[in-house]
Design a protein around this ligand. Structure first.
Ligand code: FMN
Length: 344
């Protein structure tokens, strides 16, 4: 069975990508993700501002259960928990960081994986300069994160939601490098599909949909905010919203530009759901942070057994299959004997 997926200029040995997070902030973490079988590993993001790196020293992370209560990190309920956090960017000096990533990418090559440089933007021109240095260091793929949820609270990173701004960031970075460029977008925007189309027009080779969202959660006992502030939140509940934008992008924007799904995948079944919605690969962060990197071999095994059960020989057969047969509301026939499934 062939689990490889085609991302245009890049072919992954499987559709699982270890997403950018604190796990991919150290050489050990990146190497462990490669060893765990990830098709690609997105390094923790960097940008030009010391304030963005300093923000990491104010990071805090909690797990919330279904009732939005904080649970311990070793709780048996952690598998289904939502991860609520503040975060910041990698703190290593850029030259040292890039030398480390280049070395890790050499290691990745031996394992048919790839280490991806990531930039969570502040300003466009410095982002392009960092991208140029990433290419010069020998990296083979860059992810430009325009969707950082924390950009709503901390000006050292930006959540870019305006169409002309997305155009400017992608154009500026695209002109600086020739290696494949993935653009990660937020759905906390007026028209996420317009942002996707613009990123594509400006030369994005892949779209990553969608970034996590900002949230707020009071603790009803202390009557204070959990984390003491606003924060980014993700969980299994985010999956349908992420699949909405992936499927709409597949149907309405392009089937040519590879879509990478992110935000809400917790299992092999969720990865299959992303593929059926139009994604060709899936970036996972929370599941790996919460359950450890063994989620990668577990999910890969789960995808294999799903494919065996469904007689799928190539993952390509799944991509966009459910999105392609989704009806528009206007196409749904009226039901003459409408019955509501509840009693009044
Ligand atoms: C603690 C933490 C740190 C993250 N840091 C970054 C980052 O530096 N750059 C980035 O593009 N995304 C970052 N993300 C977002 C993830 O890459 C991923 O897209 C998101 O968490 C949704 O996927 P998930 O549901 O598998 O967690 C971070 C997520 C978490 C939980």
């Amino acid at each position: 069975m062939d689990l490889s997926v085609d991302l245009g200029k890049i072919r992954l040995k499987n559709p699982l990508i270890c997403a950018s997070s604190e796990i991919t902030m150290t050489a050990n973490g990146i190497r462990a993700a490669i060893d765990a079988g990830a098709g690609a590993v997105i390094a923790k993001s960097v940008n030009e501002l010391p304030e963005a790196a300093a923000q990491l020293s104010k990071a805090d992370y909690v797990l919330l259960d279904d009732d939005w209560r904080v649970i311990p990190w070793d709780s048996p309920q952690r598998r289904d928990a939502s991860l609520f956090c503040r975060s910041g960017l990698a703190q290593m000096p850029l030259e040292q960081w890039l030398a480390m990533l280049a070395e890790l990418d050499d290691y990745a090559k031996q394992k048919q994986s790839i280490v991806v440089g990531s930039i969570t933007v502040a300003q466009p021109a410095p982002a392009a300069e960092i991208a140029r240095k990433m290419e010069a260091a020998g990296l083979r793929w860059i992810e430009l994160n325009l969707g950082a949820p924390h950009g709503r609270e901390a000006s050292a990173v930006r959540q870019v939601t305006a169409q002309d701004a997305v155009r400017n960031y992608v154009r500026t970075v695209r002109r600086a490098v020739s290696i494949p460029l993935a653009v990660k977008l937020t759905a906390q925007a007026d028209d996420p599909l317009a942002l996707a189309a613009i990123a594509m027009e400006e030369g994005a080779d892949m779209l990553v949909l969608t970034g996590r969202i900002q949230g707020f959660m009071p603790d009803i006992e202390t009557q204070k905010p959990i984390l003491g502030s606003w924060g980014a939140i993700g969980g299994g509940w985010a999956l349908p919203a992420s699949l909405y934008w992936v499927s709409k992008c597949w149907r309405n924007v392009s089937k040519e530009v590879p879509i990478i799904g992110t935000n809400g995948a917790r299992s092999a079944e969720d990865v299959v759901r992303f593929l059926l919605s139009g994604a060709r690969a899936v970036e996972l962060a929370s599941a790996a942070i919460i359950n450890g990197l063994q989620v990668f071999p577990e999910i890969i095994a789960g995808i294999r057994s799903y494919c065996e059960r469904k007689h799928i020989l190539q993952l390509q057969e799944l991509i966009g299959k459910a999105a392609d047969c989704s009806l528009a509301y206007s196409e749904i026939p009226e039901n003459a004997n409408q019955r509501f499934p509840w009693e009044v």
